[in-house]
Write a protein that binds this ligand. Structure first.
Ligand SMILES: O=C(O)CCC(=O)C(=O)O
Length: 277
């Protein structure tokens, strides 16, 4: 590890311009206490509902030898009312919009991720979120709020500045990193061996509940499994900006909209426009 992700305080509901500069430079930035305890409690209500059947798209995985499960769910805002409130009614959209540097702010999808205590094998290999998306354009960000303390041992890692060349590499297959992802695009370059590259600066991001990370969909990141004796949960919201258009290629249903064609703007019922200047 070469350092920590730069972190900033939220003042009067806004991030300082230095946070946007750090995001542009590093491809990732931290905002401390971005969500109040009340809004975190709302997200927790959403988690309870999602895990009790309200999310149509919930995966629960328990790997051999692990004592804890790894659960994740996408696009749950459509059926989980507390998630919908957090996304549309909390200060979140106004806080993150400046990071897109866009005249519009469009909800792409939400993602719940829970690594229970002892989900040792639930490691996340190096990847760029954009590799999975049927999207063209650069203005796509992941805004990832921690619900639990996440110490360095289980924290996300980022390859500093890896968004800047703009290249999208192949998607990694999370379930079996040595095999091809089901929608792999072979025309893209293979993911480099980041761990063996001494010139790749790696930033780690320990967090407290309510802290948020914002990263570009082109920034490489990875995370270990959770070998600790405490839950490691996060709720992330992925947003798209005004340079983003649809690309009609094979991808997970979460990211696709059958009504769209290549070149279309993505705003609509599935990906709602949330702010516009
Ligand atoms: O926390 C993790 O294990 C991975 C999170 C991540 O890669 C993501 O949300 O895109």
């Amino acid at each position: 590890m070469n350092g920590s992700v730069a972190s900033f305080d939220v003042v009067a509901g806004a991030a300082p311009s230095s946070a946007v500069e750090a995001f542009n430079e590093d491809g990732v930035v931290g905002l401390r206490d971005s969500a109040t305890p009340d809004w975190l409690a709302t997200v927790e209500q959403g988690i309870t509902a999602a895990l009790s059947g309200a999310s149509a798209d919930l995966d629960v995985v328990k790997k051999d030898g692990d004592t804890g499960r790894f659960s994740f769910s996408s696009q749950a805002w459509r059926t989980v009312e507390p998630f919908r409130r957090f996304i549309f009614e909390s200060p979140l959209p106004d806080l993150v919009w400046p990071f897109l540097q866009s005249s519009t702010l469009t909800l792409f999808y939400d993602f719940l991720l829970i690594k229970e205590a002892g989900s040792n094998s639930a490691a996340t290999p190096w990847h760029q979120d954009h590799a999975y998306y049927p999207l063209q354009g650069h203005k796509v960000i992941n805004c990832w709020t921690a619900l639990d303390p996440i110490p360095e041992e289980t924290a996300l890692r980022f390859w500093k500045g890896s968004h800047r060349p703009g290249i999208v590499y192949r998607a990694s297959n999370f379930e079996a990193p040595d095999t091809d992802y089901r929608h792999v695009r072979k025309e893209r370059p293979a993911i480099p061996d980041i761990d063996s590259d001494a010139s790749a600066e790696i930033l780690v991001a320990p967090m407290e509940p309510g802290d948020m990370l914002i990263w570009s969909s082109r920034t490489f990141h990875a995370a270990p499994g959770n070998h600790l004796n405490q839950r490691r949960a996060a709720f992330s919201v992925n947003w798209a900006g005004d340079d983003v258009t649809y690309e009609d290629v094979a991808a997970l249903e979460t990211y696709r909209d059958a009504n769209l064609m290549t070149g279309d703007r993505i705003e609509g019922e599935k990906f709602p426009l949330v702010r516009s200047a």
